[in-house]
Design a protein around this ligand. Structure first.
Ligand SMILES: Cc1cc2nc3c(=O)[nH]c(=O)nc-3n(C[C@H](O)[C@H](O)[C@H](O)COP(=O)(O)OP(=O)(O)OC[C@H]3O[C@@H](n4cnc5c(N)ncnc54)[C@H](O)[C@@H]3O)c2cc1C
Length: 391
């Protein structure tokens, strides 16, 4: 295989482009957006993914742009602080793990690849024929040896090659919404959280961010809505948060003017195979673990490394599946487990969680408790031994 098309220029797409180039392929990336998508939320890079970015020579640059978050404080409905935790403990980060804004990471990956990868923006694949002919919305048809779908949880490539999303999506029973809001709380590398039964609101401001990001999660049966109707989605969010106290009404005011409003169900993608014919999926397109896993970015980085490495060393797509499946399974298992700790299902569970957070720094078994929070994610993040494909 020499001539490879990647659909999607986010984390999975740009990282795959990098590794395919390193192995000597010619790479084209088609991205639906008019440019690399800036901004977004903060994401974590942990475990094996740290090794991948180190092998890309990016680790220092990532650390230099880390969010540098200090603390997370839980507030009650009247705005009284209930518990304050170290930001790394709150985010489930240990040791060398690093948190960065998704947009900053995407920019670093793009800058690393832009000189020797062809990027085509503002376009999308419309068809992939068995002989490798690919048709596009705007560009003329071209022929590729392989098409890599790195176009996210709602992947267009997956729909074309494997079928409708409903066959692969597993709804975890929650929704998530996130956008930029004014930093009215004056947060400085700090996260403020309020949890009500079934609904959680969170606002944070990272290093060098003059604004803040508001993030809402709530439990809900599947909602019917139009994916293009942002005003309608803001209305669904306002309804879901109706009656929640603390700063939530003020945050919702800020949401009204947000230009970067994100709204989606908390869902995973499960597939028996990630490849068919000349198409293979990487990142959220093939194995989205949901934002609740905290491991989507690391999965995309490790997936990109393993896919390109297996293709280069003769393992092919079978090798990719064999090497990556256990890692994906371990990380996907985090999603349903974590989400229950992010949105509390009952008054009793909420009371218990806040009490534990308040007492944690003073408990005799503190280390054991901390291990219960960070252990599962750390083990999943390290659940692969990376081969050295460059030797
Ligand atoms: C609110 C939220 C919070 C998150 N928090 C975390 C976290 O704390 N830690 C963590 O590790 N992960 C987190 N994630 C997940 C993480 O962002 C993704 O798992 C990660 O970015 C890998 O995604 P990807 O590159 O596979 O897909 P995406 O980032 O979804 O990118 C898909 C790309 O494909 C493009 N595209 C879509 N359709 C087409 C098309 N038809 N043609 C061409 N291009 C197309 C899109 O524009 C986009 O650039 C979070 C996600 C969300 C939504």
């Amino acid at each position: 295989m020499t001539n490879i098309l990647i659909s999607g220029a986010s984390i999975a797409g740009t990282a795959t482009a990098y590794w395919l180039r390193r192995h000597g392929h010619t790479v084209t990336v088609v991205e639906r957006a008019p440019s690399i998508r800036e901004g977004g939320y903060k994401v974590d890079i942990r475990g094996a993914a740290l090794e991948v970015v180190e092998r890309m020579g990016l680790l220092d640059a990532i650390r230099a742009r880390s969010t540098d978050m200090r603390v997370a404080t839980h507030y009650d409905a009247k705005g009284r602080p209930v518990a304050t935790l170290d930001a790394d403990l709150f985010g489930g980060r240990l040791g060398d793990d690093v948190e960065i804004m998704r947009g900053d990471l995407n920019e670093l990956l793009y800058d690393l690849t832009r000189d020797d990868v062809e990027y085509v923006f503002d376009d999308s694949v419309t068809g992939i024929a068995e002989d490798g002919t690919v048709t596009f919305e705007r560009s003329a048809p071209r022929t590729f040896d392989l098409v890599v779908g790195a176009d996210g949880a709602h992947s267009n490539t997956r729909r074309i090659a494997f079928g409708e999303e409903s066959r692969f999506a597993r709804d975890l029973g929650y929704y998530i919404s996130i956008c930029t809001v004014p930093n009215t709380l004056g947060l400085d590398r700090e996260e403020a959280v309020h949890a009500a039964v079934g609904r959680t609101a969170n606002v944070y401001s990272t290093r060098q961010d003059t604004g803040a990001k508001a993030l809402f999660m709530w439990s809900s049966a599947p909602l019917a809505y139009d994916h293009r109707d942002v005003a309608g989605q803001k209305e669904l969010l306002a309804r879901a948060m109706d009656g929640v106290g603390w700063q939530v009404p003020a945050l919702l005011e800020g949401v009204r003017d947000a230009k970067d409003f994100y709204f989606d169900s908390v869902s995973q993608i499960h597939m028996d195979r990630w490849s068919t014919g000349r198409v293979v999926l990487v990142g959220d397109a093939g194995y989205c673990a949901s934002p609740a896993s905290g491991q989507g970015t690391s999965l995309a980085l490790v997936g990109a490394y393993v896919l390109a490495g297996e293709l280069a060393t003769g393992g092919g797509t079978d090798g990719y599946e064999r090497e990556l499946r256990p890692f994906v399974a371990a990380n996907q298992a985090l999603g349903p487990a974590n989400v229950k700790g992010m949105v509390m299902g009952s008054r009793a569970a909420l009371w218990f969680q806040l009490r534990m957070m308040r007492l944690l720094p003073h408990l005799p078994g503190r280390d054991r408790m901390v291990e219960r929070i960070t252990g599962p994610i750390a083990r999943a993040a390290d659940a692969i031994s990376l081969k050295n494909y460059m030797e």
